[in-house]
Write a protein that binds this ligand. Structure first.
Ligand code: FMN
Length: 180
């Protein structure tokens, strides 16, 4: 198994982090990975709000209302946003922005994993209250939609593989060979 495949297979959500901060270089690498995914008609319609300030991380957790405690001890929170002003070229299928945002989020998670940095995806869109709260917290302009928050940090827990999801290594039931 090569290193890329190992990174993908070993990734799991980490919810408890050590106080160690993440270097600026690694933060930039993570962001660049987010900007390296495919996007609908190359719209690159994402933007990222990068937070390392401890007080702001608490406010970000509050804004996501529920299940956002991983952010409270995180070294870094990134709010993935979508810029709707960049979606005019696919105005008949604007919802593609959601997919572009998800790809950016997952790319950052995998880049972090490869650097030994754990992460947890915290869903924001389409929960209206979370969208409104993150918009207010960061003063997002009208054409910017908050998509997801990702909490990052060095793991302070050894999450056993697939422990929360009961994730099997291979699930034959999910695969339909040549026909359904
Ligand atoms: C769209 C989305 C939203 C999620 N929201 C949350 C969340 O609000 N809080 C949380 O602790 N985990 C959240 N997760 C993480 C999932 O709970 C986790 O990925 C799942 O249980 C599988 O576990 P694993 O990531 O360790 O494989 C979210 C994941 C996704 C993809």
């Amino acid at each position: 198994m090569n290193d890329t495949i190992k990174t993908i297979m070993n990734r799991k959500s980490v919810r408890k982090f050590s106080p160690k901060s993440i270097s600026k270089e690694d933060v930039k690498t993570i962001l660049q990975a987010g900007m390296s995914g495919p996007s609908c008609v190359n719209s690159r319609c994402w933007s990222f709000v990068v937070v390392q300030d401890k007080d702001k991380l608490q406010k970000m957790a509050d804004a996501n209302v529920k299940y956002a405690d991983p952010l409270r001890g995180a070294a870094l929170g990134i709010l993935v946003c979508s810029d709707l002003s960049r979606t005019e070229f696919f105005a008949n299928a604007r919802e593609f922005w959601v997919i572009d945002g998800a790809i950016a989020a997952q790319n950052m998670i995998l880049a972090a994993e490869s650097l030994g940095i754990g992460s947890c995806w915290l869903g924001t869109w389409p929960v209206e209250e979370r969208v409104n709260n993150q918009t207010a917290l960061f003063g997002l302009p009208e054409h910017i939609v908050p998509h997801s928050v990702i909490a990052f940090g060095y793991p302070a827990e050894d999450v056993p593989y697939g422990s929360r999801a009961g994730r099997p290594e291979w699930d034959e039931d999910r695969v339909h060979w040549e026909k359904w």
